[in-house]
Write a protein that binds this ligand. Structure first.
Ligand SMILES: [Zn+2]
Length: 644
């Protein structure tokens, strides 16, 4: 399948965009001093809560809020003494925002060519699925209107926000959902692109490009669960559909193509239903007051829904038998004129009826599947249907859906069947979907929230982004991967090495080493191969700080040591935390001069507000590289001479 067929997708009006959520590699959380990290240990405590929506000023409920309330969920939070405090559990107000996280977000916004805001305003975004105990997420826009280059054009970045992560879901069974709280409030950036991608393949490629940029920043957490992407898409005549939490970039092309086909099929079904004379029921419109909709739903239930449990006691269908033996009730719903559409295949092995089943599963919490069947399906014998059709006065052109589950949940369940049928006449419902295990089909997750409901956070003061702060970050900003690749090519590195190095966490170390006169190929080999080898030998590579590596390489250069000797020296550092002390000695004048020259050269390519600022910056950089092996006054003197 060609997921890059521009003509095909453009004829359909296909558009797609990305929302990338990436955790930042800070030590602490965003609004408290708890450390960041995932826990495998037993929780120290549990808290149980119930969610309730509140009416807006207009007397209506937010769609998502209402959906979450309809599920009547009990929310359980697992707490970890050392990783969660009273802030996360909404018992104390936030501490001032984590400045390290803010610096990281600014740097990534600059890498994305965003315009920074003058003042960071922290706002609350409503979050009602229980994954944040406060019911809202603290979030702040850092930059807007950025872009990244892609195949000779620009993919526009709508905004970059800094926000706190939510809880991790452990299980969601029946009316009980359990969350781990360790991830809660971990600093996260959210990058939103405009829907500038014109084919599913383009969407995956841009996702990969942004992922490379984030890795190149060196500021983000790596590993499973540290990055999540939401993919949105639409075609002509369809609303925007969001697929949440796509775990892998290479899932995207087939998943989007499958979604396009699902949307086209739903549009066909709508045409068919309209041709049968059906029109949307205005009294079920989602913009109405919930009370009015409930009145209409009751009217429909009174004429089109009936309990048929007793009529099916002798049914030979295993699903029906199982349901009855569990004590479930079975209700039948008549859907006028819906014959033949419920068996339509929307995705491979996924019928239109499965969309109804998913709604019943998620909203009525009837999660033993299948939770329903229909007359033109094959689950029951024709003989089972005859008395039911008679009782409901159903014509052959009407569809009958049977829903089973605990009696207390069946009213919610049949309401969802009625509402989903009405939406089919309207077209494609706006909703959020989740990917299925197979990595390309999707399933209903929740009705699309209205426009994000945002409120100012009265607990947090605004933070001015001073020019000095932004200049300091810009001066030391990581290079973008495409800029690095261009530079590496000029330095004679192979494409394979260049690809790895461009997103390597130690890419800045490569720059420093090359500035200090180390051969580019040797510096690249050290970072891409040698450090990886040490890691494979299970040595502690974090002991090899950039400064340690620089020190080793500079001494090796001075003494003319061969590669093997350098590798052994690095291995010694990674094996023994006391190795530094044993070998510590003051830097020679020539080493100081060499390091200062490199730093000064680099400072010439940056913009500073004054000569003093440039000197200060250069001194900081040089002292870092010299690792306490030279006196500050001596380094300052050499720098002043070099800059005069
Ligand atoms: Zn905390």
């Amino acid at each position: 399948m060609n997921y890059d067929d521009l003509d095909y997708y453009q004829n359909l009006g296909f558009k797609s965009g990305l929302e990338i959520h990436q955790q930042l590699n800070t030590q602490k959380k965003l609004f408290c001093h708890c450390p960041v990290g995932y826990q495998k240990v037993e929780p120290d405590a549990r808290i149980v809560r119930h969610m309730r929506p509140t009416l807006s000023e207009m007397g209506t409920y937010d769609g998502t809020a209402l959906m979450e309330f309809k599920t009547h969920k009990e929310v359980v939070y697992l707490l970890y003494r050392d990783y969660v405090c009273t802030y996360e559990m909404d018992d104390t107000p936030p501490f001032p925002i984590n400045q390290q996280a803010l610096d990281y977000a600014i740097e990534i916004a600059l890498m994305l060519n965003c315009q920074l805001v003058d003042e960071v305003h922290i706002t609350r975004k409503q979050y009602l699925d229980g994954s944040i105990p406060t019911g809202f997420q603290r979030t702040a826009i850092i930059g807007v209107d950025g872009w990244v280059p892609y195949k000779g054009r620009k993919i526009r970045i709508q905004q970059l926000a800094l926000e706190e992560d939510s809880c991790r879901e452990v299980s969601d069974i029946g009316h009980r959902i359990v969350f781990k709280t360790d991830r809660l409030s971990t600093p996260l950036i959210e990058i939103v692109t405009y829907p500038d991608m014109r084919t599913p393949r383009e969407c995956a490629e841009v996702d990969e490009l942004l992922g490379r940029l984030l890795r190149a920043s060196g500021l983000v957490r790596r590993g499973i669960g540290t990055v999540r992407q939401d993919v949105n898409s639409s075609i002509n005549g369809a609303p925007r559909i969001e697929i949440k939490g796509v775990p892998k970039t290479w899932y995207i092309p087939k998943m989007l193509d499958t979604e396009v086909k699902r949307q086209r099929k739903l549009l066909e079904i709508k045409e068919k239903l309209v041709s049968y004379g059906l029109v949307p029921n205005q009294k079920l419109d989602s913009s109405l007051r919930e009370q009015e909709r409930q009145v209409e739903l009751e009217k429909i239930r009174n004429s089109n829904v009936t309990d048929v449990t007793d009529m099916l006691l002798k049914s030979s269908s295993p699903q029906v038998k199982n349901a009855i033996s569990r004590g479930d009730k079975i209700w039948a719903v008549k859907l006028p004129q819906f014959h033949e559409v419920l068996s339509a295949e929307l995705q491979p092995g996924w019928q239109f009826a499965d969309e109804f089943g998913a709604r019943v599963r998620v909203i009525a919490c009837i999660d033993k599947m299948p939770n329903l069947t229909f007359r033109s399906g094959k689950l029951l014998y024709p003989g089972d249907w005859e008395p039911i059709a008679q009782k409901l006065n159903a014509y052959p052109t009407d569809e009958i859906v049977l829903v089973w589950g605990p009696e207390a949940d069946l009213k919610t369940a049949v309401n969802e069947v009625i509402l989903r049928a009405d939406e089919a006449v309207r077209g494609i419902p706006e909703e959020t979907r989740q990917h299925m295990q197979d990595g390309y089909r999707t399933d209903f997750e929740r009705v699309l929230p209205g426009p994000d409901r945002m409120y100012p956070d009265t607990d947090s003061p605004p933070v001015r982004l001073t020019r000095e702060r932004v200049d300091r970050i810009r001066a030391d900003m990581a290079q973008r991967p495409w800029e690095r690749e261009e530079k590496y090519a000029k330095l004679g590195l192979s494409k394979c090495v260049s690809d790895k190095l461009a997103t390597h966490q130690r890419a800045k170390l490569f720059d420093k080493l090359v500035d200090l006169g180390i051969l580019p190929k040797l510096a690249a080999e050290l970072i891409v191969d040698w450090l990886t080898d040490l890691k494979r030998q299970r040595l502690i590579v974090s002991r090899l700080t950039d400064d340690t590596v620089i020190k080793v390489m500079m001494e090796a250069k001075e003494k003319g040591l061969p590669k093997e000797a350098i590798k052994n020296e690095l291995k010694a550092f990674a094996s023994d935390s006391n190795y530094i002390a044993k070998t510590q000695s003051m830097a020679t004048d020539s080493v100081i001069k060499f390091i200062v020259e490199g730093v000064v050269d680099r400072s010439m390519q940056l913009k500073f507000s004054s000569k003093e600022a440039q000197t200060r910056w250069a001194k900081g950089q040089a002292m870092q590289s010299l690792y306490g092996r030279a006196h500050g006054s001596k380094v300052a003197k050499v720098i002043e001479e070099a800059l005069s």
